[in-house]
Design a protein around this ligand. Structure first.
Ligand SMILES: Cc1cc2nc3c(=O)[nH]c(=O)nc-3n(C[C@H](O)[C@H](O)[C@H](O)COP(=O)(O)OP(=O)(O)OC[C@H]3O[C@@H](n4cnc5c(N)ncnc54)[C@H](O)[C@@H]3O)c2cc1C
Length: 285
């Protein structure tokens, strides 16, 4: 439980952090430390240097920028969960954040760290996908905006390159739509064995559109497009049948806690529950 030796850097600006990354290609950025430090203590990660982002000002915020909400990369899960702005204009991310781990994890862990970690059972990815959010990064070559659907590339892997820092997450406003996050939480860690996030828009009595992001079922979070397509223009009564397609075409993962078959079953059940709740929260046009 003692990490291998490493050097520690504490830059005061993003420019300084980028220069340090450039000169230490094997260094790791440190945010809340709630994924990286346990991995280092188990020697699953042995970075020679840590670049602590914690002293860089202005990376912890939630702002209304007009057409979307902007969340700084160092914003802790607890601030996302309790944000009045998010609750009013885009509540899905707040609901997902509120379900992460326990109070300590929510106070230390950050949205940028969670997305960069890309844990297959993390909660944010489902919501980020359902919202079609954008991940903003900075490298020595400038700013880069990565759509959520291009960000997660595999288990613990993302579209980020080694010299890139996540600076912000941009979330569309979902006023009028109904949103819900439902998860089957692992009883020990709180991670999502399966988690389903959805944003539903209603037209009269029909479902105009449903966006569904799923985490925990496969190594990479995904959009349940088969369910989305089956629901377009359909009444609420179509939800139960459409939800059976929640893991269509997906290779499910298994471990000692949940087999691939069980995960596929959970995906169907939690997709139905998330859709029913989101629809009940949606306002009809
Ligand atoms: C007991 C426990 C229970 C947990 N339960 C849950 C849960 O239920 N649901 C859930 O989703 N998560 C859970 N977590 C994980 C938690 O949310 C972590 O905080 C999160 O995954 C990582 O965020 P962090 O800020 O701590 O990142 P760190 O641990 O500091 O970093 C993680 C990785 O991201 C990189 N990184 C960090 N910031 C940036 C950045 N701005 N740009 C680029 N790369 C960056 C680091 O270099 C590192 O590789 C749990 C963790 C613990 C310890």
């Amino acid at each position: 439980m003692i990490p291998a030796a490493f050097s520690y850097e504490s830059p005061r600006t993003l420019k300084e952090a980028l220069a340090l990354l450039e000169s230490n290609p094997n260094a790791k950025l440190l945010a809340g430390g709630h994924s990286l430090l346990p991995a280092m203590k188990l020697r699953l990660a042995t970075p020679p240097a840590l670049i602590d982002l914690g002293r860089i000002p202005d990376l912890n915020y939630i702002r209304d920028t007009g057409d979307h909400l902007a969340i700084g990369a160092l914003t802790p899960h607890a601030a996302v969960a309790s944000s009045e702005l998010l609750h009013r204009m885009s509540p899905l991310l707040a609901e997902a954040a509120d379900s992460i781990g326990d109070v300590q994890v929510r106070n230390r862990g950050t949205i940028g760290g969670s997305l960069a970690q890309a844990h297959p059972n993390a909660d944010y990815p489902a919501a980020i996908l359902a919202l079609d959010a954008e991940i903003v990064t900075l490298s020595r070559t400038g700013e880069h905006v990565i759509p959520a659907r291009e960000f997660f590339t595999g288990m613990f892997t993302t579209a980020l390159s080694a010299n890139e820092i996540i600076t912000e997450v941009r979330v569309p406003k979902t006023t009028g739509a109904g949103a819900a996050y439902k998860k089957f939480a692992h009883p020990a860690s709180g991670y999502a064995v399966v988690g389903v996030a959805t944003v539903v828009r209603k037209h009269g009595n029909a479902i105009e559109s449903a966006a569904i992001g799923i985490t925990g079922v496969s190594g990479t979070p995904y959009r349940a497009t088969a369910v989305e397509n089956a629901l377009r223009g359909k009444p609420a009564s179509a939800i139960a049948d459409a939800s059976r397609r929640a893991a269509d075409g997906i290779e499910a993962i298994g471990d000692t806690f949940a087999s691939p078959g069980y995960r596929r079953h959970l995906a169907m059940v939690f997709t139905r529950r998330a859709l029913e709740t989101a629809l009940a929260r949606a306002r009809a046009k």
